[in-house]
Design a protein around this ligand. Structure first.
Ligand code: G1P
Length: 279
């Protein structure tokens, strides 16, 4: 069973300046809830109870968000607004949250390696909060879809979706042998290839399940694309020596690392989640 989930959240969020000057981008709200809380809720629904965050300077608000604010609860007690804190209070009461700092920005692979002391030697999930995911109607959340596959196959799994061919330079791209509906056994992976070098248009999105041997591989993975230590490169080694699966999840992803995607996600949540919850 997957019980732990790592959130690499050290990035500066420069695309959202000046909003992110004094506030972590993961705390920016989609309607009335910070972006990162949606990711934590998705993992919690998948049975995860231990959360690790790889943070950096200026990310204190993340620790405060996943901690009880007695002053605030005292202030709003009896005001009729208590319900607004229920979702976060439930998460705090039922899960544990731990934080460590990435003191050099050396890429996603390095961030995940920094989380080793929080994840230990069990298989774990990784969520990139920027990729906000909603499941197709009638399906579990995206991470729950992936943990079900992990329970069956017991190997690392990445979530993928088709992207337009001219967008491959933004993603890790896989090639694989189809196994069954939307599931591939990975044969190749390339980090952010130009369209002419991309093996397919199947792009990795920010949901991973990793087996703990990934840490040893990451510890000796040389810097790759952009001079950074890439999780994609470490996973390719795992794929070559064993098995890594790619799963075309049932759902929709919003790229909340971009302003356009963030606004689309906001509109979607307002219309389909927030308003529905009110009525
Ligand atoms: C990272 C990964 C990339 C993946 C992407 C998903 O890139 O390196 O392989 O496709 O997340 O969002 P980043 O967006 O951090 O540059």
């Amino acid at each position: 069973m997957i019980r732990k989930c790592l959130f690499p959240v050290a990035g500066y969020g420069t695309r959202f300046l000046p909003a992110t000057k004094a506030m972590p981008k993961e705390i920016l709200p989609i309607v009335n809830k910070p972006l990162v809380q949606y990711g934590v809720e998705e993992a919690s629904e998948a049975g995860v109870h231990e959360f690790g965050f790889v943070t950096g300077r200026g990310k204190r608000a993340l620790e405060d968000h996943f901690d009880i604010s007695f002053e605030l609860e005292h202030q709003i007690a009896g005001s009729g607004k208590e319900d607004l804190l229920t979702s976060i209070r439930d998460l705090i009461d039922n899960n544990s949250f731990a934080f460590t700092r990435q003191n050099e920005m050396k890429g996603l692979g390095h961030a995940i390696l920094t989380g080793q002391n929080l994840m230990g030697d069990s298989p774990f999930a990784v969520i990139l909060a920027d990729d906000f995911c909603v499941p197709e109607k009638g399906h579990d959340g995206v991470l729950a879809q992936m943990t079900a596959l992990y329970n069956q196959f017991r190997c690392s799994i990445v979530a993928i979706e088709e992207v337009p061919a001219d967008q491959t330079h933004k993603y890790g791209v896989i090639a694989g042998e189809p196994m069954k509906d939307g599931l591939y056994r990975i044969t190749d992976m390339v980090e952010k290839p130009n369209p002419e070098d991309a093996p397919t248009n199947l792009a990795i999105i920010g949901r991973y399940i990793l087996t703990p041997d990934i840490f040893e591989i990451l510890s000796r993975t040389e810097p790759g694309k952009g001079g950074e230590i890439q999780i994609t490169d470490a996973l390719l080694e795992q794929a070559k020596n064993g098995c890594v699966l790619a799963y075309q999840f049932k759902g929709r992803r919003f790229d909340c690392g971009s302003i356009d995607g963030f606004v689309e996600a906001t509109n979607y949540v307002y219309e389909n989640i927030y308003k529905e919850g009110k009525s």
